[in-house]
Design a protein around this ligand. Sequence first.
Ligand SMILES: Nc1ncnc2c1ncn2[C@@H]1O[C@H](COP(=O)(O)OP(=O)(O)OP(=O)(O)O)[C@@H](O)[C@H]1O
Length: 241
Amino acid sequence: MIRISNLTKVIPGGPKVLDDIHLDVEDGEFIAIKGASGSGKSMLLKCLALQEKWTRGTYKLDGTDILKQGLTGRFKVRREVAYLEEKPVLYPSKTGLKNVIIGSVTQTPAWRRWTGMVRGDDYMGAMDTIEKLGLLDKAHLKAEKMSGGERQRIAVARALVHGAKIILADEPVSGLDPHTADQVLADLKRLCTEQRVTVIAVLHQGDYAERFADRIIGLNNGKLVIDIRGRRLTEREKMLL
Ligand SMILES: Nc1ncnc2c1ncn2[C@@H]1O[C@H](COP(=O)(O)OP(=O)(O)OP(=O)(O)O)[C@@H](O)[C@H]1O
């Protein structure tokens, strides 16, 4: 479970971009973040991934006080929280399978990245996850030849194989055609229901948030102004974003 209290982010010498955010997230929840451009959506994800320093606030993961625990807290986030950018960074000349196994730069020791060495049990686990994400036929295709949706799903598989329990995804379906976007979001949703993975995704465009998320939160000028479950936004709520 994630428990965030008083999360505030002030850019040094600049504006306050997150303002006293309180948020509790249960394991297995799929949360969509909405909000206008510049409202703080990406910053919220980056703070949860510890890619941005918190100005103030408390961050608890399964009861561990992450910001108070120093390196132990950082390692927990690094192990359990995967941050997926809009265009996931994969090794272009390596296959989907290799990308999943050797992991991202932050997750893998340098020698494995350079040698690309693969153990038998790594192989089985990776193929299993790739299959769950419906990409078995693409496992041996080089990443540079994959479509945007396939790359997204390889990035999700990579996060899971390396032990992620929480996936933070920044606009995971922007630039994808509606059918592929539906596939990616259906995969994420299935991970939540079947494996209790928690997904927090920026889904501002279209009605993806309403169709796939269990819960929608909305940001306006760095403040949390909406937090609703399992229903469409009212016209009044849409005006707030
Ligand atoms: N390093 C930085 N220095 C100064 N301002 C920043 C920095 N990073 C973010 N900001 C500002 O913080 C605010 C929130 O940025 P953020 O990227 O979280 O917005 P967003 O809601 O994700 O927007 P978009 O939908 O356009 O991606 C913006 O006003 C942005 O200009």
